[in-house]
Design a protein around this ligand. Structure first.
Ligand SMILES: *Cc1c(COP(=O)(O)O)cnc(C)c1O
Length: 351
């Protein structure tokens, strides 16, 4: 089966060999307080920073999922009020996860065809702004430029960005926000169970000021432990090792982005031939480059999904309220050109 599901998705072809290597090298039983672990985590963080162009003075923490990152931000980064900008399911879930954990929350819901207008996004109150950079459920994205403008309009706020389905697939300007996070089963091409959080000096300042220290995964604890290249608990050591191995082999993010964009443009051209399979989002400006959401009649969606599965091509279901009328295709780096061609050849007869 080739997994075009936008997460968990296809893992890199080398993963089975890396797992075997991890066993041979003793990684699977490695003590997380050992100097070997310190060396592993140091190297992984250095590779992340160089491959993804993360500023040197940013911190990297490890968690187990993007969902955990939502909770951790609510626990240890929001002071009184968080403001959530979203247009579909993942942004909404982030909001719903935060609501019971902080004093005040505000949801600003925008239309999926609409670009956010930074002039309308200057906040007098609140202390944390939450943006879903790539909305996996409907295939839209918020540009680097917009994220930067939102931050500039709200210098007092911490800007937190969920980039789960885009981080490591496109170039992200980390300087423009304070907290970024992603789990690795999407653009990193790895098995699930690990997530990374990238925090600016301003974000670290907030963590220190708030000093929230009542959870095993409080950010202040992660911060203190990572200062000595340690984690608060026994982490997913194999996951970190696989991340390191994958990063060693991948290109710098500019090169990865070139490939993502080229493939995305190819998908746009491909579906532009069709009157039946259409991009869910009409505005090209807001279309995600890593998650392609296609709309069609429910009967056709059902047929395409069923037939493709029989051919060993797993498409992503539509998400939430869009379930019946959409399917999704991951445009993640681990999927190769030959596999894309296979899927396109299959889809040709439904165009
Ligand atoms: C997949 C996804 C999540 C959830 O990730 P988990 O690792 O399952 O917690 C959160 N946000 C976005 C945008 C996603 O695509």
């Amino acid at each position: 089966m080739i997994f075009f599901y936008p997460g968990p998705s296809k893992v890199y072809d080398e993963i089975p060999a890396y797992v075997k290597q991890a066993h041979t090298l003793g990684i699977l039983s490695m003590n997380h307080r050992s100097p070997e672990f310190v060396a592993l985590i140091k190297k992984t963080v250095a590779l992340l920073k160089s491959r993804l162009e993360i500023p040197k003075n940013y911190k990297v923490y490890f968690t187990s999922s993007a969902t955990e990152c939502w909770e951790v931000i609510a626990q240890s980064a929001v002071i009184n009020k968080s403001i959530h900008l979203y247009n579909c399911a993942f942004g909404e879930k982030w909001y719903a996860t935060t609501k019971p954990l902080v004093k005040k929350t505000q949801a600003i819901i925008f239309d999926r065809e609409q670009e956010l207008d930074p002039n309308e996004l200057m906040f007098k109150d609140g202390d944390t702004i939450c943006v879903t950079q790539n909305e996996t459920s409907n295939g839209t994205q918020v540009s680097n430029q917009l994220i930067q403008k939102i931050k500039r309009s709200n210098p007092r706020h911490i800007l937190a960005v969920d980039a789960t389905s885009s981080l490591a697939g496109i170039y992200l300007n980390f300087k423009a926000a304070d907290i970024w996070f992603a789990s690795v089963q999407k653009c990193f091409g790895l098995p699930a169970g690990l997530a990374i959080m990238i925090v600016s000096p301003n974000g670290v300042k907030r963590i220190n000021e708030l000093n929230e220290d009542t959870h095993y995964n409080s950010l202040i604890r992660m911060e203190k432990m990572m200062n000595v290249w340690q984690t608060t608990h026994t982490p997913h050591v194999l996951g970190i090792f696989l991340l390191m191995k994958v990063l060693e082999k991948t290109k710098a993010i500019q090169g990865v982005e070139q490939q993502t964009t080229k493939r995305f443009n190819n998908w746009q051209t491909f579906f532009s031939q069709s009157k039946k399979l259409l991009f869910l989002v009409e505005s090209k400006k807001v279309r995600s480059h890593t998650v392609i959401a296609i709309r069609a009649k429910p009967s056709l969606v059902k047929k395409v999904k069923h037939e493709s599965k029989l051919k060993g091509l797993l498409l992503g279901d539509g998400y939430g309220s869009l379930k019946k009328e959409t399917f999704r295709i991951a445009n993640f780096p681990a999927i190769n050109s030959r596999e894309i061609k296979l899927l396109q050849n299959f889809l040709l007869m439904y165009l």
